[in-house]
Design a protein around this ligand. Structure first.
Ligand code: AMP
Ligand code: GLY
Length: 428
């Protein structure tokens, strides 16, 4: 039987999911933006709000979906997986209750504490803005200040790094959120480890490294992610095998404590002097990290989804021995004052030798235009990180006016800095 798979979401991550699935199934897709890459790969594409669970369920029923896969967190938070299941469609993604591991940071840290999950950071939770702000002003040491709910990766402020404590307290008072989590500031280098999870099985994927800050040299505000890389090994050059194993243990401990969890479980970790500490969990693939993981995965993604649905053991995963470098082109001013509306020159499914994944672009009669979110990504692949970086870099050398790129993602200079940083922390 040919599976009829409904893909929910229209970003670069979902384009990579579509690319991994399209040749093995009949693909349907829905998202609020008509992603031209997904549109080309899918048999049908419906523009709708993916957090409107009723609209997605109706579309799934209309196309006779035998499976669904949910990319972004918004629909997970809205309970889309629960509603699809009630309509008889198995969706690969956590139900609303399990998705709280991402969607509610108060739950995330409290759950870790209640279940003794390794990699915990010191934290306090607040249901009141003034109490949270007063705490930030008076606490010893630097902290990370986080609204408890979803903020698209842009809600966190770290003292001693981006802001002073007074600025962080002012931010808490003025940001318009009631619930806050205030954590110790973790010092080190960040890594992502993602796993496919279903029926208690956990299948981990190679580590990737995202660049959350807007500007080169890790400066500027946090973004949804400017680019990421992976190497032909499950670790990264500044990550030991023991670090990787510790990250996997943390993900497995979460699944032991949340046995109904299904979908992708994403762990972001800080490699500190004392080993990996949890920065956050996501209930889905990372964006951009999905664009490192899926193109290198040799096991068909469809096999994982079908095994999850049918209650079979998840397949062991095979990955090509390649390095990947993903770089996003974003509108000028992103993320604080993005200026959309410029014409995008890329077309088709590659730029030079790099693969092209579309994110938020607006298709008009005369071509594609930027919106106020990330526009498109290129992924270079090679035997070494240098090869992959050269390929991705060349694709974006002349990205055009109105767009910005972090050219330093995947470069040797930045990598050496991270290696030195972790070494210096651990030699002390
Ligand atoms: P999050 O939305 O929780 O991933 O946070 C966004 C970014 O803020 C992370 O990628 C880190 O760079 C930073 N961050 C979050 N929590 C901490 C922490 N406890 N210590 C240091 N940096 C953090
Ligand atoms: N790369 C960060 C995220 O997907 O949230």
């Amino acid at each position: 039987m040919t599976e009829r798979v409904l893909l929910v979401g229209g970003g670069g991550r979902e384009h990579a999911i579509a690319d991994a699935l399209a040749s093995d199934c009949t693909l349907y897709a829905c998202a609020s933006n008509r992603n031209p890459g997904i549109d080309r790969l899918a048999d049908d594409f419906r523009a709708l709000d993916p957090t409107d669970t009723g609209a997605v369920v109706e579309y799934a029923e209309n196309v006779g979906a035998t499976l669904a896969v949910v990319g972004p967190e918004g629909p997970l938070a809205a309970g889309l997986v629960d509603e699809l299941e009630k309509a008889g469609v198995y969706a690969f993604g956590p139900k609303q209750a399990e998705a709280r591991i991402e969607t509610d940071k108060t739950f995330q840290r409290t759950f870790m504490a209640d279940h003794g999950i390794p990699g915990q950071a010191d934290f306090e939770t607040f249901a009141n803005t003034d109490a949270a702000a007063d705490y930030v002003e008076s606490v010893d040491g630097d902290v990370a200040v986080k609204p408890a709910g979803l903020t698209g990766g842009k809600g966190v402020r770290v003292t001693g790094d981006q802001v002073t404590k007074l600025e962080a307290a002012d931010y808490v008072r003025s940001a318009g959120h009631d619930e806050w989590v205030i954590e110790e500031r973790l010092v080190g280098e960040e890594v992502t480890v993602q796993a496919f999870v279903a029926n208690g099985d956990v299948r981990v994927t190679p580590a990737a490294h995202d660049h959350g800050r807007a500007f080169e040299g890790d400066e500027g505000p946090n973004t949804g992610g400017m680019g990421s890389y992976s190497v032909p090994d499950r670790t990264l050059p500044f990550m030991t095998d023991a670090d990787y194993e510790a990250c996997v243990e943390t993900l497995e401990a979460i699944v032991d404590a949340l046995p109904d969890y299904r979908g992708v479980l994403y762990g972001q970790f800080m490699l500190t002097a004392d080993g990996p500490k949890v920065v956050e969990f996501n209930a889905r693939f990372g964006d951009p990290e999905a664009m490192n993981t899926l193109p290198a995965m040799e096991t068909p993604l469809l096999d994982v989804l079908v095994a999850a649905r049918d209650g079979d053991p998840l397949p062991d995963l095979e990955f090509a021995d390649v390095a990947t470098v993903c770089k996003y082109a974003v509108p000028e001013g992103y993320p604080t004052d993005p200026e959309g509306g410029t014409r995008v020159r890329v077309d088709g499914d590659s730029v030079g030798d790099a693969d092209l994944f579309y994110a938020s672009v607006d298709a008009r009669n005369d071509g594609l235009y930027t919106t106020t979110s990330r526009s498109f990504a290129v992924v270079g692949t090679g035997e070494t990180l240098a090869d992959a970086q050269t390929q991705a870099g060349a694709a974006l050398d002349d990205v055009g006016e109105g767009l910005r790129v972090r050219h330093d993602v995947g470069t040797d200079a930045l990598l050496q800095r991270r290696i030195e940083h972790v070494r210096s922390l651990r030699d002390e």
